[in-house]
Design a protein around this ligand. Structure first.
Ligand code: G3P
Length: 233
């Protein structure tokens, strides 16, 4: 496995859950790396900001920042800038997560900053309408996540399949080079398979993995299901 992204992609956002901070961030990232190697499926991790640099050193899978601010280097206290994400060796960043929303002008600026620094953008959107606007900005990856399902364990791929297919179709029409994922409530291999059947190239998830009793078992099931669904496409 390498730090190169490939599809199907399972993207794991650790947010700032206690179960995913410090040593736990390393542990969960190593498990993600193991599963990625065993199944030959790309697994990306987005650890908490203060663990990003260490996680990059520990694993050979793509590691993303959870956020980047729309600034150039300089007087911006407490900010995360693209240059620093690049300097620690991360591969890209989540942009505009619904728990860290940006204004449209700032989304444009962040995407530009990521491009300038050679980082990959994973842009989050919440509806088919915002997906249309997002696709026009040409991020490498776009993840549609209805906020009301985030953290609920109710999978978007089963509860709101029309939102997923709507996003996939909109992106295909507007900017077919953009890779589409879906997220919110994804909790099982079956949810992942369903997401791929709906036309996505993978999933973005958090709580099911971070809080799993046996994260390796859960992720292995997801990787296996992703591969099978991918072959059936
Ligand atoms: O970024 C992933 C996310 O917002 C979905 O969270 O906990 O529903 O998998 P979760």
């Amino acid at each position: 496995m390498t730090k190169e992204l490939s599809y199907p992609l399972i993207a794991l956002n650790f947010k700032v859950y206690l179960e995913a901070i410090g040593e736990n961030a390393i542990k969960l990232s190593r498990i993600a790396e193991e599963v990625s190697k065993e199944y030959g499926v790309c697994v990306m991790v987005a650890p908490p900001p203060l663990d990003l640099a260490q996680v990059v050193k520990e694993v050979e899978i793509p590691v993303f920042s959870q956020h980047v601010d729309p600034y150039k280097p300089g007087s911006h206290t407490g900010s995360i800038i693209a240059e620093e994400v690049k300097a620690v060796g991360a591969s890209g960043s989540i942009v505009n997560h619904s728990e860290h929303r940006l204004r449209l002008a700032d989304i444009g600026m962040v995407l530009e900053r990521l491009r300038e620094t050679g980082l990959t953008a994973l842009l989050c959107t919440d509806t088919v309408e915002t997906t249309k606007a997002g696709a026009a900005l040409s991020p490498e990856i776009l993840a549609i996540e209805p906020p009301e399902l985030i953290g609920t364990g109710i999978p978007v791929s089963k509860a709101k399949p029309e939102v997923v297919t709507g996003a996939v179709e909109a992106v295909k029409r507007i900017n077919p080079r953009v890779h589409v994922l879906c997220g919110a409530g994804i909790s099982t291999g079956d949810d992942v398979a369903k997401a791929i059947e709906l036309g996505t190239e993978g999933v973005l998830l958090a709580s099911a993995y971070v809080k799993a009793k046996d994260p390796k078992k859960l992720l292995s099931g997801m990787a296996e299901a992703a591969l099978k669904a991918w072959e059936r496409r």
